[in-house]
Design a binder for this molecule. Sequence first.
Ligand SMILES: NC(=O)c1ccc[n+]([C@@H]2O[C@H](COP(=O)([O-])OP(=O)(O)OC[C@H]3O[C@@H](n4cnc5c(N)ncnc54)[C@H](OP(=O)(O)O)[C@@H]3O)[C@@H](O)[C@H]2O)c1
Length: 316
Amino acid sequence: MSTKQVITVFGATGAQGGGLARSILADRDGPFAVRAVTRDADSPSARALAAAGAEVVAADLGDAAAVARALEGAYGAYFVTFFWAHFSPERELAEARTMAEAARAAGLRHAVWSTLEDTRRWVPLDDPRMPTLMGRYKVPHFDAKGEADRLFRDAGVPTTFLLTSFYWDNLIHFGMGPKAGADGVLEFVLPMGNAKLPGIAAEDIGRCAHGVFRRRDELVGQNVGIAGEHLTGAEMAAALARALGRAVRHVDVPPEVYRGFGFPGADDLGNMFQFKRDFNAEFCAARSVERSRALNPRLQSFAQWLEGNASKIPLS
Ligand SMILES: NC(=O)c1ccc[n+]([C@@H]2O[C@H](COP(=O)([O-])OP(=O)(O)OC[C@H]3O[C@@H](n4cnc5c(N)ncnc54)[C@H](OP(=O)(O)O)[C@@H]3O)[C@@H](O)[C@H]2O)c1
């Protein structure tokens, strides 16, 4: 019989949870087993996790009873919400409440909550520097996660608050890769001036979370910010040019122009980049690369991530 302690991983078929599930499963002699949560246990990615040794369970974050069942008997859990699947900060808050209450009821010994800053602590709603969105947010997909931190605290759940960073994988999956400008030269748009963007390979987020679990109580109650590297738009463009073998120039646009780009969530992302630019020192300081590497010795730099991924970036 296995004596391993179960970690329930939400989003196990996705980027963050997938990295954690794979990291735990690869650590065959380690102390943890994976209970992978999916809405569809028959999907190819869920089957792949089962084949690799995970227990796969079905639960939707909207179903409190199913979330509670997914936590039964678990030592710990990785909790993440999926803003870009629905664009609703209120739904993220409701799902975080469901998770925090279920974690308390299950008596979890360690929760890792994938969170971000509540930017309204820096930019109150009446601050005119950036527009208020959806009535009560500055950066909706950040603010609700940060607001939800207190749900875990108030429930008395032993929680590590994992402050994630911009996935470099957004260049592949989120339309943020360089595109040819009018003169044919690739342009990498990052509306942050000369400020540095903490970035990370999505796979490394879960690996860092695994490092947090391995440290047991050491990081309970703490904010742990993670990043693979902090780079300016010009530095990212230069790394892209080296990896692609083509010229790439950084294009800076004012946040208000970015907000008007018109794709879904452009206003939210415009505010986000402005927040990261205007509070850059503090935002970067909250995400130590050295500490991230201590949690995850395989942590990739942008150049290392590009070695394996540059060919996957759509350039048109
Ligand atoms: N992109 C970035 O740069 C970035 C940076 C920092 C933070 N984030 C945050 O990361 C979060 C998303 O995490 P991710 O990238 O790991 O997600 P993801 O790769 O899109 O994975 C989502 C997975 O979660 C499952 N899922 C979706 N809705 C669910 C629900 N209602 N109940 C249960 N499971 C559900 C899906 O699995 P099944 O289909 O198998 O159920 C899916 O595979 C977002 O909130 C975003 O704000 C993103």
